[in-house]
Ligand binder design. Structure first.
Ligand code: FNR
Length: 379
């Protein structure tokens, strides 16, 4: 609203407003490797497009004359109140995107009161991220390693360093067929500091013959062997429950039957997500999966959603269809690429101002009251 209050862009030469312009600027700034690491998806990128299509197929039917003077964007998640219904999605190895990396984007989240979800594959140790965030909300994302000592170590480090929830990513038991990454022969973790969160983990280090500083190649090779676990089943959720008291949120649920299994296992939340179209090419668009998952879960767990959120109206649609809040991924990484911490904050502010205005214009004064009747799905 700064823009409208002054009738001019507060700083017209500095940052773009349009999402696509941020992406274009990031394209100019980054080499092929890091740019396509962010922008690319699995296979033909059909699912990446399906995410945007699913959102654009939903049309808002605005309501009038409903006193929208005061608009409340706040949400309650796992007993905590947050000012906005967004979270920063976990993204690995951000040091290859901008020198401020994971710490820069975490601090932008902290400035906004938006929970930051630190990736297992962060390019700085999780303790450093937590420290940089001070009292601001941060959650830890677990890549479930086939080495259960590393899993236990990550969970205990997360608790000790002040993370308040564990996001367990289920859709990545192994790297997907990402054609652009393969074409660029670009393994992002080979650059910069690598996956420092692993390279400083006591359990990980005991499995190496030499420290990663002395033999980075061997450390990376070991990492690729242990990072995922294709042998997991639903019964393994019990292991997580035994190793942490924090809320457990399963990321990557698309099928309503899996949502029911998650509820049966007593998890606290689920994230309806196809990893931004980066895992199964041809998978259902995340917003299309949301209503059936929401119906299967009812009020037995907290539902979040990601994949394809770009603008305020996208957030409104996801919440109307059953999510309590959404995660934002690539847009914030384009912000990071262009201007580090300042860029991430600017993109967040734009998305949230857009949401606030869209809510008001659609006759909605509270994100907790958004209902599916506000939408119609185009054929
Ligand atoms: C991701 N994502 C991801 N997820 C996760 O659980 N751990 C991770 O380390 C990463 N790393 C990662 C890197 C990059 C470059 C991207 C773009 C994505 C997935 C991410 O958390 C989220 O699910 C998607 O980004 C959401 O889709 P949008 O908003 O990017 O369309």
């Amino acid at each position: 609203y700064q823009i409208y209050a002054t009738m001019q862009n507060p700083d017209p030469d500095r940052f773009p407003v349009i999402h696509e312009e941020w992406e274009n600027l990031a394209r100019k700034k980054l080499q092929d490797g890091p740019f396509y690491y962010i922008a690319g998806g699995a296979g033909s990128e059909k699912t990446m497009r399906a995410n945007l299509k699913a959102l654009s197929k939903q049309e808002i039917i605005p309501r009038m004359l409903r006193n929208v003077d005061q608009r409340d964007l706040s949400v309650n998640l796992f007993g905590q109140k947050y000012p906005f219904p967004i979270l920063q999605a976990p993204i690995g190895v951000q040091s290859i995107i901008h020198e401020e990396g994971d710490i820069g984007s975490a601090k932008a989240s902290a400035e906004m009161g938006v929970p930051y979800i630190a990736s297992s594959a962060s390019s700085v140790p999780m303790e450093k991220i937590a420290e940089a965030m001070g009292d601001a909300p941060c959650w830890f994302q677990l890549y479930w390693s086939r080495d259960s000592e590393i899993v236990a170590s990550f969970l205990s480090r997360a608790e000790k360093s002040g993370y308040s929830a564990i996001v367990v990513t289920l859709d990545t038991p192994m790297m997907a067929w990402r054609e652009k990454d393969l074409k660029n022969v670009y393994l992002p973790f080979l650059a910069g500091e690598g996956v420092a969160n692993y390279f400083t983990d006591p359990a990980f280090l005991t499995k190496l013959d030499k420290p990663p500083q002395e033999d980075p190649q061997a450390a990376i090779i070991h990492w690729t062997k242990i990072f995922g676990n294709t042998g997991l089943t639903w019964d393994d959720i019990d292991f997580l429950r035994e190793h942490t008291k924090l809320p457990i949120i399963l990321k990557g649920i698309l099928h309503p039957e899996d949502a029911k299994l998650a509820v049966k296992k007593g998890v606290d939340g689920i994230i309806v997500s196809n990893h931004g179209g980066r895992q199964v090419d041809g998978a259902i668009g995340a917003l299309d999966a949301l209503p059936d998952v929401a119906a299967a879960v009812g009020d037995k767990a907290t539902i979040l959603m990601d994949s394809g959120i770009r603008r305020g109206s996208d957030i409104l649609k996801a919440i109307a269809l059953g999510a309590e809040a959404v995660l934002v991924g690539r847009p914030l990484m384009y912000g990071l690429a262009v201007a580090g911490q300042r860029g991430v904050k600017e993109v967040m502010q734009n998305i949230l101002a857009d949401l606030d205005i869209t809510m008001g214009l659609a006759g909605q004064s509270s994100v907790s009251n958004l209902e599916a009747s506000l939408l119609r799905k185009m054929e």
